[in-house]
Design a protein around this ligand. Structure first.
Ligand SMILES: *[C@@H]1O[C@H](CO)[C@@H](O)[C@H](O)[C@H]1NC(C)=O
Ligand SMILES: *[C@@H]1O[C@H](CO)[C@@H](O)[C@H](O)[C@H]1NC(C)=O
Length: 478
């Protein structure tokens, strides 16, 4: 508005001068664009002469910016193919990156120009060593000789070609076979810092996280790789394999929580078969399977599954407890007590474990005492008279006086039979025995303390109420 007002106030002469000065300014501005542009470009883009390029490359090498240095050296050689030092620098950098064939050409070019340069000749010889070390590492890796392969690969990385991604990634594969996942993660980190789209580095880093059971991070690496190359075979296999594992696990857990135990067993088994090497994760699958099997009463299989979990992680408390329960199912009382005892030691406050341990100990104790019903050859529901009848029959049969040829055996049998009758023939003691209570230390536990015989060669006297069938033995008393 103000400018417009000024226009109206200017006279014609002044207006002509004004227009003229605008034209001049315009001309100067155009000249700036035309002539200054190349100058500006030369300052922050490519220096045009070989010496300047070479100088800048040398500066880049000093600060370890090898890729930039390499670009400048290539440009320098293009502008001045006679710049011998540029070939040597280029050769050294290419060797660092293990681009051995290109490196060899550059060394040879330099040596054509400067024959018998001993430093360059030495480097060229080292290049051949590096090349053969990398080849050896690759073939040793393929033949499964991982220890030796690692020696060669370290020679390549630590001595000749510290910026060799191929060697570094082969080393990562070796670290993965050695289950050194945290080193694999840090090595791939270095490679990705140089080249964030390196597919193999993404794959191997994902795999390291996978084996640490850090599945979310693994999936992110696989996905990034697949966005760059959707058809990458190993990445696809890793990604979909992991997705499938997670799906099967979820299906197993869902079925288990809904009480569909048999389906859960099948799903757990399928999930476990997917990658037997994935121990950090399979430990939980083994445990999940074990718990379902315990619920189903399939003790033998449950013991195997829980042992699988404990082989991977011997400190896994829950697996120890579940295996104890599983051993109770297969009547391995001692095994159950051992597992539950060590679980109770690990977690002394856990009342459930203590309760389970007490159950196991009682079962063990019951199993160790003699089965008096079996000794008398009667059922657990036998009546008083059945017990009495069985006892009389066996006592007669095994009376030492009637077994002169096998007296020792008969004495033992007779003693056992008497001990059985001592308990089962007494209503109160029988009730206690049936409920698993201790009757008497010496008596309940194997009858070792009970001896109806006073000593060797004693005359046995029997005394039955209501007379002894068949007679002839005198009295019989306890
Ligand atoms: C690995 O290779 C080295 C040298 O090539 C050899 O001496 C060694 O026996 C090999 N080890 C195995 C386990 O094959
Ligand atoms: C249970 O397992 C079957 C396969 O055996 C699966 O199709 C189903 O989705 C699972 N059920 C649940 C609730 O996850």
């Amino acid at each position: 508005m103000e400018i417009l007002m000024k226009f109206w106030c200017l006279d014609l002469v002044a207006l002509r001068g004004f227009v003229f000065s605008i034209l001049i300014l315009n001309f100067v501005f155009s000249c700036q664009i035309l002539f200054l542009q190349p100058l500006v470009a030369a300052l922050d883009g490519q220096p045009s002469d070989a010496a300047a390029l070479f100088e800048r490359a040398s500066q880049s090498i000093k600060v370890k910016k090898y890729s930039e240095a390499l670009d400048d050296l290539i440009a320098a050689i293009e502008t001045d193919p006679g710049l011998s030092e540029a070939y040597w620098h280029q050769a050294s950098i290419l060797r660092r990156f293990c681009r051995y064939e290109e490196s060899e050409k550059s060394y040879k070019k330099f040596l054509e120009m400067k024959p018998r340069n001993s430093a360059a000749e030495k480097e060229l010889a080292q290049l051949f060593q590096a090349q053969s070390a990398l080849d050896s590492a690759k073939s040793l890796f393929d033949s499964g000789n991982f220890t030796k392969a690692l020696e060669f690969i370290d020679k390549v990385i630590l001595v000749f070609s510290p910026a060799c991604s191929e060697a570094k990634l082969l080393k990562v594969r070796l670290l993965l076979t050695a289950k050194d996942y945290s080193s694999a993660i840090s090595e791939t980190g270095h490679v990705l810092k140089e080249d964030e789209d390196n597919l193999e580095a993404l794959l191997l880093r994902g795999r390291a996280y996978y084996y640490l059971a850090d599945h979310d991070v693994a999936i992110r690496h696989y996905q990034k790789g697949l966005r760059l190359d959707p058809e990458h075979g190993e990445l696809k296999k890793a990604y979909f394999g992991l997705k499938n594992l997670l799906k099967k696990t979820k299906s197993a857990e869902d079925n288990a929580s809904k009480g569909k135990l048999r389906l859960a067993v099948e799903e757990y088994k399928t999930a476990l078969a997917l990658d037997p090497d994935h121990t950090a994760y399979n430990v939980h699958l083994h445990l999940g399977l074990c718990k379902v099997l315990v619920k189903l009463g399939r003790g033998k299989e449950a013991v195997t599954s829980c042992s699988g979990a404990l082989e991977i992680d011997e400190e896994l408390l829950e697996a120890l407890v579940q295996r104890g329960e599983a051993k109770l199912l297969v009547e391995d009382w001692e095994g159950a007590v051992a597992d539950l005892k060590s679980a109770a030691e690990k977690s002394p406050q856990d009342m459930n474990i203590r309760e389970a341990l007490m159950r196991a100990e009682r079962s063990l104790k019951l199993s160790q005492r003699k089965d008096y019903y079996k000794i008398l050859g009667i059922s657990k529901t036998a009546s008083v008279s059945e017990i009495k009848r069985a006892y009389k029959k066996l006592a007669l049969q095994w009376h030492p006086d009637k077994n002169v040829d096998n007296r020792a055996e008969a004495e033992a049998k007779f003693q056992e039979i008497a001990a059985a009758y001592e308990i089962l023939g007494d209503e109160e003691k029988r009730t206690k025995y049936d409920s698993g209570e201790d009757i008497d230390e010496g008596m309940g536990m194997g009858g070792g303390g009970f001896n109806p015989f006073g000593g060797e060669g004693q005359q046995y006297t029997f005394h039955f109420e209501g007379g002894f069938p068949g007679g002839g033995f005198g009295g019989f008393h306890f």
